[in-house]
Write a protein of this length. Sequence first.
Length: 244
Amino acid sequence: MFGRSGKGRPYLFPEVSLAQPLMPHATASWLVDNTSLSFQQIADFCGLHVLEVQAIADDTAATKLTGRDPVRAHELTMDEIEKGQKDPNYRLVISKGPEQIRRTKGPRYTPVSKRQDKPDGIAWIIRNHPEVSDGAIGKLIGTTRTTIAAIRDRSHWNIANITPKDPVTLGLTSQRELDAAVAKAAKAAGIEAPTDTRFEGDREALIEELRAERERAVRDADAAAAGELQAPDHPAFADPFKHG
């Protein structure tokens, strides 16, 4: 959802409900693979940025996600999914489940497999958004001011091997959180907040094209399973002894 800041400038924060599935990225992966919901509907339900859903659909996320069925997890009903598939403007409503425990204090937890990527993500933010403070970077990436300072002044022990990489692509933070941190820093510095132009002009067309491809793949799979390729007409069943 696009809105406007206090100075009338557009920002890119999606409008999401506070109630979200327990594993939003895995849930989004399942919804992309098993439904015809729009990317925006999936993003709103999972509390993600639409570009994150785009990356999941394109398999360009840092790692291949294992889908999590929200129906089996009692977070979504098939009736809700069907309503969403019939109406692209319908916002899915999460089923009431047990109260989720959310992190309120302390550093962000990063899986061991991704911790080696932190310096690359820090370097990317420093290079592309120098207005973001060390404290904000620490909250986004889950690191210390000492590490950030060492990368800033290039005194880090492994500086020769650090390559700036988008922390969202690395899976260290979400696009929504990064956008919020950049917008807040830009406002504090009195500069124009950057806008995302990656899909400028044809963003909706690209999403529709990807959705159509996904639906076509599902139809082809269903057709094959239903046996619509009849044996007499399919080359695989041609009589090798039959001559014209």
